[in-house]
Design a protein around this ligand. Structure first.
Ligand SMILES: Nc1ncnc2c1ncn2[C@@H]1O[C@H](COP(=O)(O)OP(=O)(O)OP(=O)(O)O)[C@@H](O)[C@H]1O
Ligand SMILES: [Mg+2]
Length: 383
């Protein structure tokens, strides 16, 4: 008999899965869609008041017809006030899903936060975003947390003028402002991101601007309500290197001006090295290593981080071939219960055959999930 293909799902099985999914997602969705929910249900306390957001064992899944995708599988990290946290990892490792969970912008009903906490510091109080209904989140989104998307042409509406789109955000969060005040704030925001002739741009359509200008407008939109946290998901990937450098510089400057924190998502290690105070390395929906940028860059411990560092080109270093990490990411529908990186790792030890490794402290701030450091966290990384 031919060997059964484990990736094959019969129509009957698929129907069964989709029925079971509908049951789960309806329950979660109904909870999100509730109106008039008392604030006490999602009030929480920050573990450290010095953080603007704390992800605590976050699990986010997509319930698809071929099975459940554990896109984010127990992610924990903090974003301290006024700091930049860089999140790196290869495509599909869950970087965007982590940030979309915080914004409650997951593709519903299939995408849902299943468990864990996302504690958001509002200054005088803290909310657990994972428990918040959609209605309550609408007041926070764009106001306390805002997001800069990768592709400006998809986040700007092509049929409305730039000014209209900026005004809309300001009006939504500040209904008491007069039309003139709203317009003034929009024009100021355009000036703030370094675009000359702000009044002229206010009346233009997105397609009339260059790519770099559009990205500046998207940044202006994200900052117009002085958010406490800016999520920048690959903010410069669609731009050429000169504009990229300008946009990064702009982000850094504006962050200082409005005293915000940045969660910077990218797969460009150069960008992280330049911008980030802390680095979080993700692999297949989990955090494999995190710490101060210096610690992770100068002393990477996890074999995946070491592989990432080795696979980036370095000026003045001659190599025949750039290093590439062998193998590919495991199928997100059927995640193994052992270290997800094991099948690609060249440095496995006996323990790797067992369950998923715990978080091991190398220093107070530097944490790695790898069995190699269980007995000796100070063992050299790149040996
Ligand atoms: N709408 C969806 N339905 C099903 N699975 C999804 C959906 N969106 C994302 N996923 C899955 O979630 C996982 C994480 O995706 P995510 O978009 O967070 O990756 P990423 O780290 O942002 O990658 P990239 O660097 O390419 O942006 C992937 O395995 C992806 O297939
Ligand atoms: Mg992404």
């Amino acid at each position: 008999m031919a060997k059964k293909n484990s990736n094959f799902i019969s129509a009957r099985e698929s129907r069964r899965i989709s029925k079971a999914n509908a049951k789960i997602t309806k329950k979660l969705d109904d909870k999100l869609n509730r109106k008039h929910v008392s604030e006490s249900e999602y009030l929480t306390k920050m573990h450290d008041e010095g953080n603007v957001v704390e992800f605590d064992d976050l699990h986010t899944c997509f319930f698809t017809d071929v099975g459940t995708v554990k896109a984010v599988d127990g992610v924990s990290f903090n974003v301290p006030v006024g700091k930049t946290v860089g999140i790196v990892g290869e495509s599909g490792c869950g970087k965007s899903v982590t940030s979309l969970s915080l914004m409650q912008l997951l593709q519903r009903p299939s995408g849902q936060i299943v468990s864990g906490e996302i504690r958001l510091n509002l200054g005088d109080k803290a909310y657990d975003v994972a428990q918040m209904p959609i209605k309550a989140m609408e007041k926070i989104r764009g106001n306390v947390v805002s997001m800069i998307f990768q592709e400006p042409m998809t986040s700007l509406n092509p049929v409305f003028r730039i000014g209209f789109q900026l005004d809309e955000i300001i009006k939504l969060h500040n209904p008491e402002l007069s039309d003139e005040d709203v317009k003034q704030r929009s024009v100021d925001a355009i000036k703030m991101v370094g675009i000359p002739d702000a009044e002229g741009i206010y009346n233009r359509y997105p397609h009339e601007l260059s790519g770099g200008m559009r990205q500046r407008i998207v940044i202006a939109m994200a900052l117009v309500c002085n958010p406490r946290l800016i999520i920048a998901d690959e903010p410069t990937t669609a731009l050429d290197v000169t504009i990229q450098a300008q946009i990064l510089e702009l982000l850094r400057k504006l962050k200082g001006e409005i005293n915000a924190s940045i969660m910077l998502i990218t797969h460009d290690l150069g960008v992280i090295a330049e911008m980030a105070d802390y680095v979080v390395v993700m692999y297949a929906g989990r955090v494999v290593e995190k710490g101060l940028a210096n610690e992770v860059f100068l002393d990477p411990r996890h074999p995946y981080t070491i592989g990432l560092m080795e696979s980036k080109p370095v000026i003045n270093k001659t190599v025949d071939r750039l290093y590439s990490i062998p193998g590919s990411v495991p199928n997100p529908v059927n995640m193994p219960d052992y270290c997800y990186f094991r099948d690609r790792c060249e440095k496995c030890v006996e323990k790797c055959k067992g369950e998923y490794p715990p978080e091991i402290h190398v220093t107070d701030t530097h944490i790695v999930s790898c069995w190699r450091y269980l007995d000796d966290p100070n063992r050299g990384g790149n040996e």
